[in-house]
Design a protein around this ligand. Structure first.
Ligand code: GLA
Length: 412
């Protein structure tokens, strides 16, 4: 049994046991979806740009069953919460979209699966109204969730919940949506039910992940191409360095960065920063204040780094991408200003201990960094990072390697 089998089996057991406790019966099935690491391309997704994430072995499992009482209610339970939350399907349209600044009507954890039920039901009803789909399958449902994706670590535990719930409901309600449409449902839940103004990278990575490959995604067209990573073949490993500094994208910095990007695009007279190239940067610098310019420069150069990373991976392999990872971190630290001392310490310590490249991953303000390291240097680099954290008086980081893994699927 591999490590990822062990992960999955324990989480499956936990979801199944919770479903049994909730309902007194077995679920109709188990569905799961993974968290993700982003190799490169940060904050580019909501700028219509490019990203290169991959799914990780850590997964969220949803044990789900249609309710036979047929009272049109949806009930969700999670191993992270003491109490289940139950609402009528009709009530979902009153709960969401969440109005900014008001007290949430359901606890945040429940807004993810309930937001997915809301968005999927709306999509099905819109499809039925347009006679392209069928909403008759939408019935009351019980959902029990368990997960081993670290929460608040920047590894998309939320997209994993959305992906597992969306896959389950799509099957049990016979809504027949494809993976990209399910990713959009997940993002809608995140944006409008949870209130985090995020892009679509995490949901696409969780839906489309494949073993040994990263997903090269054009966030404007949503065209996705798999890029083989060949990390293990090159004798390398990807080390996750979770600082255990928690972040939340429904508050503060994430939304501010997004607003700066929108302002930058407006000043440049383009629909999105995707349409600004590296050659346009001198002109951008003339037109905007220094802070907005540096936000723009991060996005524009980061888009270029994603394209460069894909080319280098294809032409030279994983061993050659280290400098691009480091340049990405420097840009996030100095221009986009979303790093924190713990992330910088992890990156610097990993590089000093011989990592080929390292960068923070995800939305920033906490969470995790990644390092590309020789397989036989994983322990040395991990020890060096742990020692640097101790020397700085930081809480001990969580350190583990990940391999690119499968996206959302039905498990049982
Ligand atoms: C979070 C968001 C994504 C993306 C990243 C930054 O993970 O959910 O949409 O914007 O931050 O790249």
């Amino acid at each position: 049994m591999t490590l990822s089998d062990t992960h999955e089996t324990e989480t499956q057991d936990a979801a199944r046991a919770l479903f049994l406790e909730l309902t007194g019966r077995q679920p109709d099935g188990l569905w799961s979806a993974p968290g993700r690491v982003n190799l490169i391309g940060e904050h580019t997704d909501y700028n219509d740009g490019f990203v290169l994430p991959f799914a990780i072995p850590h997964r969220t499992v949803a044990a789900v069953g249609l309710r036979d009482d047929d009272r049109g209610r949806v009930r969700v339970a999670s191993t992270f919460a003491d109490e289940p939350v139950e609402v009528a399907l009709d009530e979902l349209d009153e709960l969401f979209p969440t109005t900014l600044g008001t007290e949430p009507a359901v606890p945040e954890w429940a807004a993810y699966p309930l937001g997915v039920a809301w968005a999927l039901r709306q999509a099905a009803m819109a499809g039925a109204a347009a006679a392209t789909g069928d909403a008759r399958g939408i019935r009351g449902i019980d959902i029990a969730i368990a997960s081993d994706v670290p929460v608040g670590a920047g590894l998309s535990s939320s997209a994993a919940i959305e992906g597992a719930a969306a896959s389950a409901l799509n099957d049990l309600w016979s809504t027949g949506l494809d993976r990209t449409a399910l990713a959009r449902i997940g993002r809608r839940a995140e944006n409008e039910a949870v209130g985090a103004p995020t892009g679509i990278m995490d949901q696409m990575a969780s839906m489309l992940g494949e073993t040994d490959a990263a997903i090269f995604l054009d966030c404007r067209s949503l065209d996705a191409n798999l890029v083989p990573l060949g990390v293990a073949e090159a004798g390398l490993a990807i080390l996750v360095m979770d600082t255990r500094v928690k972040h939340a994208h429904s508050t503060g910095g994430y939304g501010e960065r997004r607003a700066s990007c929108e302002l930058g695009a407006k000043i440049m007279g383009v629909p999105a920063l995707r349409d600004v190239s590296v050659d346009d940067l001198p002109r951008a610098q003339q037109l905007m204040d220094d802070v907005t310019f540096r936000r723009v420069r991060h996005i524009v150069t980061e888009n270029q780094r994603v394209l460069d990373t894909v080319r280098v991976l294809r032409e030279q392999g994983a061993r050659a991408i280290g400098d691009l990872l480091v340049a990405s971190h420097v840009s996030m630290r100095d221009d986009f200003e979303i790093s924190v001392p713990e992330l910088d310490t992890a990156v610097d310590a990993a590089l000093a201990a011989g990592a080929l490249g390292a960068r923070m991953t995800g939305g920033g303000f906490g969470g995790a960094a990644i390092a590309l390291v020789e397989q036989d240097a994983v322990t040395t680099v991990s020890d060096a990072v742990a020692a640097a954290f101790a020397a700085s008086g930081f809480r001990a980081p969580a350190l583990f390697t990940v391999t690119p893994s499968a996206g959302a699927h039905r498990d049982a």
